[in-house]
Ligand binder design. Structure first.
Ligand code: THU
Length: 157
């Protein structure tokens, strides 16, 4: 895992991606947890898709930010060419500068990103960011979900 504390250490494309993730978090609907998450993924074609978390009074049906971004890519026929996904998050109740912890994808989102990696036939980079982008941990879905259950487990691919 690589940890960056300066945006200058990212490629221009990754810098744009983490900014896009943070911008998406502005549209989060998170009245219950008070935690706004944004995700942005980039495909092999260089197209970026966004998502934010969308909560519900029936807590269990919350949509994570990564789900939105992956769904948008799929709608556009790009669900099988995902290369990298960035995720940012912040507690809305606290000063944005105090949201110092990076967001790592939840277990369900790891499973969804894993499926995308199997479709793309390569690992997917994951950029886990805090809100002010002063800390970015770069990892990958194979590291976040080793031995994942996927198409191969069902004898496919
Ligand atoms: N959340 C995400 O959007 N993505 C993650 O990977 C972690 C959690 C959201 C779900 C919920 O709306 C809020 O963060 C608190 O769990």
């Amino acid at each position: 895992m690589n940890t960056y504390s300066s945006l200058d250490d990212l490629s221009p494309q990754d810098r744009d991606l983490v900014h896009a993730a943070r911008a998406a978090a502005r549209h989060a609907y998170a009245p219950y947890s008070g935690y706004a998450v944004g995700a942005a993924l980039r495909t092999q074609r260089g197209v970026v898709y966004h998502g934010c978390n969308v909560e519900n009074a029936a807590y269990g049906v919350v949509l994570c930010a990564e789900v939105g971004a992956l769904a948008a890519a799929n709608v556009d026929g790009a669900g099988d060419v995902v290369q990298v996904i960035a995720v940012t998050g912040r507690l809305l109740a606290t000063d944005a500068k105090q949201s110092i912890a990076v967001v790592t994808p939840c277990g369900r989102c790891r499973q969804l990103i894993f499926e995308a990696s199997q479709r793309a036939r390569h690992d997917i980079r994951v950029l886990c960011c805090n809100h002010d982008l002063s800390r970015i941990e770069e990892t990958s879905i194979m590291a976040l979900l080793p031995s994942g259950f996927g198409p191969a487990s069902l004898g496919m691919g």
